[in-house]
Design a protein around this ligand. Structure first.
Ligand code: GUN
Length: 283
């Protein structure tokens, strides 16, 4: 049997239509939602991500302001720009594209963004809020995964959820969101022993490693829901996730790469920007 494909592209499209409508309503009340995106240096992947974010904003009527800074930018210069955007009343969200060039203090920059405009939810205050279950903004990729699980009516309560990867951006917040929905959560990582024994327990398996071939069919319980967060470039230049193709023959549900989690991450950034703009309206 072959897994049901979880269509992130289609789900994201539906959400964008709803966001666009809400943006129009806000605009009618005099509020134009706006996202400031800062990119430093010439990382080609970052350039693609940033241009996609701008296109997404445009599709939904959200204003996007791009600040492209040279590779030699100093931490102090970047902090000055963040400080200015923090105070601008016409800016609802601030996103500093990561990774930053070597030599820039990434932590200091993230912590300089005012939590009220931190649409990535990377600031320690927002991370802490996620941890205690009172989020201000949801982290985009984990929130996108949760929205997909809900769209496909996949129950989480009481289920064995295994997350492979412990990054601050995906693995850790993903585990928290699943936990808050009463999943029984295990986080695995590069030092985990007997990984396959743990992943085979999973009713919901989320892989966020970034290594082609990381998850093979024998690591998956038949019928499990497999969420492949990774985007890797294969030897032939195509985009692939962490899962080998035969995982789809064992899983009950699977997200494709591309077209699974990626479009959902992007739409959640729009959702967070809209949330922030609505708070501006409500004062
Ligand atoms: N680089 C890769 N993913 C992300 C993300 O979600 N936000 C930011 N700011 N940078 C990234």
């Amino acid at each position: 049997m072959s897994a049901i494909i979880i269509d992130g592209k289609e789900t994201a499209k539906k959400l964008r239509i709803s966001i666009k409508k809400q943006v129009e309503e806000l605009k009618a009340e005099g509020i134009v939602p706006a996202l400031a995106v800062i990119i430093v240096g010439n990382n080609p992947a970052s350039r693609v991500y940033v241009s996609n974010k701008e296109k997404d904003c445009k599709k939904c009527g959200i204003e996007s302001l791009e600040f492209a800074l040279p590779e030699e930018t100093t931490t102090e210069e970047l902090l000055a720009l963040v400080g200015e955007l923090n105070t601008r009343s016409d800016v609802d969200g601030i996103l500093v594209q990561l990774p930053l060039p070597r030599g820039i203090d990434e932590r200091r920059v993230i912590e300089a963004i005012t939590p009220a405009k931190d649409v990535d939810a990377f600031h320690p205050e927002n991370v802490g809020r996620i941890m205690i279950g009172t989020p201000s903004f949801l982290p985009c990729t984990p929130a996108g995964v949760m929205a997909l699980l809900d769209e496909y009516k996949i129950p989480i309560e009481g289920k064995e959820c295994v997350v492979i990867g412990r990054s601050n951006i995906v693995g850790k917040p993903m585990a928290m969101l699943l936990l808050h929905r009463s999943g029984t959560v295990t986080i695995c990582h590069s030092r985990t022993r007997d990984l396959a024994d743990i992943t085979r327990r999973a009713d919901i398996l989320v892989s966020a490693v970034g290594r082609e071939g990381m998850v093979t069919a024998d690591m998956v319980k038949p019928g499990a829901v497999v969420i492949d967060v990774a985007i890797n470039t294969a030897a032939d230049g195509s985009l692939v996730g962490d899962c080998t193709p035969d995982v789809a023959e064992v899983a009950g549900y699977i997200t494709p790469v591309p077209g699974g989690v990626g479009p959902m991450t992007r739409v959640m950034l729009l959702e967070n920007t809209l949330t922030s703009a609505r708070r501006r309206k409500n004062g």
